[in-house]
Design a protein around this ligand. Structure first.
Ligand code: G3P
Length: 221
């Protein structure tokens, strides 16, 4: 399972990159709007920092404008994946970009049918938004199950990128289903790292070691 960070926050990316946990990054206009600074510069910096794929989203809504933006974004770095909204014009852009050898991530996917069509158009990734489905009273994880099964039935080479993740159990469930990638807000990755029994256990080890040191003042390990 690949872990991408769903953020445009440079500090968070650096923090988890230093732990070797960042296989890639996904951004979107909302995430960029939360950060201070020039969004284009932030995107360039993320592309420089991360070895894996970095999804940068277009804001045009016609195939022509999306393609113009895509070619500009692709110049930020070889690892740029162009994020395209799941609309008919978007699929026209996906098809053309695929022909040009540029990878795309089709975003705002809310149904298995949309995922099938994005894959058929040539997307390298589809991003179903499971948390937003949960929020609206549907079961986001069922959608992941459907898409993973359909893509597997037909050996589609499009990756299922689980997006709009709200809590660590989403990650466990996505892994059990066999989704290729989860993209996580940094706070969810932080929650995955910790466990109260780890902290409690470490505290006991350290206090017991203090007793050992008292009995062996010159001990060095
Ligand atoms: O990549 C975007 C997606 O993960 C959106 O998440 O939390 O805004 O539904 P959210």
């Amino acid at each position: 399972m690949k872990i991408f960070l769903d953020t445009a926050n440079i500090e968070s990316i650096k923090k988890y990159n230093d732990m070797g946990l960042v296989d890639g990054v996904t951004t979107n206009p909302t995430l960029l709007a939360k950060e201070k600074g020039n969004p284009a510069e932030i995107m360039r910096e993320i592309v420089r920092m991360v070895d894996g794929p970095v999804s940068l989203e277009v804001v045009g809504t016609t195939a022509g404008t999306m393609l113009e933006e895509a070619y500009r974004l692709k110049k930020y770095g070889k690892n740029v994946v162009v994020k395209i909204p799941m609309i008919p014009e978007g699929l026209v852009a996906v098809k053309k970009l695929k022909a040009d050898g540029i990878e795309t991530n089709v975003t705002l996917v809310f149904s298995a049918n949309q995922a099938i069509l994005a894959a058929k158009a040539g997307a390298a990734y589809v991003s179903p938004f499971i948390g937003r489905l949960d929020d609206s009273g549907q079961d986001g994880m069922s959608l992941i199950r459907e898409i993973v099964q359909i893509f597997s039935n037909y050996q589609f080479d499009t990756n299922v990128l689980v997006a709009s993740v709200r809590h660590p159990m989403h990650v466990v469930e996505a892994g059990k289903i066999g989704a290729h990638v989860v993209t996580l807000p940094p706070d969810i990755l932080g929650k995955m790292l910790t466990h109260p029994l780890t902290d409690k256990g470490l505290s006991t080890f350290l206090s017991d070691w203090e007793k050992v040191k008292k009995e062996n003042p010159n001990l060095v390990i």
